[in-house]
Design a protein around this ligand. Structure first.
Ligand code: PHE
Length: 359
């Protein structure tokens, strides 16, 4: 049924009738007076908006209405409310149609123009690759861990078996954080490896974890060096974990990244927190017999890794006689550059929309 003032008046009368017959009370008198004021409106004034208001009056004063009349008054008021609401919705729809029609008829309307494009955001390539690797590792039962970017000297160096005279501690490479004399010294973490020890202290072995995150080094910045970049640490601690497990995990990682089997090789590498330590190279995924990415060697230096040093296990509260483990330090920034053929690391965190909007 469409809205008409006559119909609203009819419903108002039906609402008021049982109320007039009911025992009087001040609230009831007020409600009746209000209903009468609506009934007294001209047809023009008794439009859908005021009809909606009229319907709200008895619905909001149900307690003042004597019990026997409530059902009828409530139902009739609801009918009036629905009628008015339907009319208001229809009016809004008609107005929208009319506006559209007017726009179409305007002389400057061109139906052949493309519609306004919705600007959609996208993930930064570092975030995209991080999430992909998190999916890969969590699907194999690894945990994703986080750690502080401002780290203690203890976790960043000492617990990792890095001796006090190791060159990495010097101001050349490390951003030291100003701390009061006597307070524990703090650094902007130079790698994600400190989270290895944090993980050991927090988790009971056996466990497997990755730690993607930002690291900081006091480097002179150029196309391949940034003061801030991303790494992803990997750590497995268990009974009888060996280099074989390390190789297996790294092959799975490469299959996940490049979508196919990739040949790898291990060369000896030195890091105080692994023994033995390795540099893992992957067969260049971009060529068969040498290209600019692999510098004509067909091998790409991919990540340092090794068996966790017993001193590090001890620092993490784990007995190296019972448990062994392996760790790797994937250069996420480098991997992202390889993956998307990005030739300058400064693009990654440069914040230039012309760069990030390409992904
Ligand atoms: N933390 C080392 C670095 O940033 C990399 C590494 C991680 C090496 C784990 C071995 C094992 O240089």
């Amino acid at each position: 049924m469409t809205y008409a003032p006559a119909r609203a008046r009819e419903l108002l009368a039906r609402i008021a009738e049982p109320l007039r017959a009911a025992p009087r009370s001040p609230e009831l008198d007020a409600l009746l007076a209000r209903l009468e004021s609506f009934a007294a409106l001209s047809d023009e004034q008794l439009n859908a908006a005021s009809a909606l208001e009229a319907a709200a009056a008895p619905l909001g004063a149900m307690r003042a209405i004597p019990g026997p009349s409530r059902g009828l008054v409530g139902a009739t008021s609801n009918e009036l409310k629905k009628l008015a609401e339907a009319e208001l919705a229809a009016q809004a729809e008609r107005a929208a149609q009319a506006a559209l029609e007017a726009e179409r008829k305007a002389s400057d309307f061109d139906a052949t123009l493309p519609a306004a494009r919705v600007e959609r955001g996208a993930l930064h390539p570092i975030v995209a690759v991080t999430r992909e690797l998190e999916d890969l590792f969590t699907s194999m039962g690894w945990t994703v861990l986080d750690g502080p970017e401002v780290e203690t000297e203890e976790f960043n160096f000492d617990a990792l078996n890095i001796q006090p005279d190791h060159p990495a501690r010097e101001t050349m490479d490390t951003f030291w954080v100003a701390t009061p004399p006597g307070a524990p010294r703090l650094v902007m973490r130079t790698h994600t490896s400190p989270v290895q020890v944090r993980a050991m202290k927090r988790l009971k072995p056996p466990f497997r974890a990755i730690v993607p995150g930002k690291v900081f080094r006091n480097e002179s910045v150029d196309a391949s060096h940034e003061h801030t970049f991303h790494q992803m640490e990997g750590l497995v601690v268990g009974k009888g974990i060996s280099v074989g497990h390390l190789i297996g995990a790294m092959k799975t990682l490469l299959r996940g990244i490049f979508g196919r089997e990739i040949e790898i090789r291990l060369r000896p590498g030195y890091f105080p927190f692994v023994e033995p330590g390795f540099e893992l190279d992957a067969r260049c995924p971009f060529c068969k017999d040498g290209c600019s990415v692999c510098k004509r060697s067909t091998w790409i230096e991919l990540l340092p890794c090794g068996m966790v040093h017993p001193n590090v296990l001890r620092a993490g509260g784990i007995d190296p006689e019972q448990w062994t483990g392996f760790a790797f330090g994937l250069g996420l920034s480098r991997l992202v550059m390889l993956r998307y053929s990005i030739d300058d690391i400064r693009h990654l965190l440069g914040g230039d929309v012309r760069f990030v909007s390409q992904f």
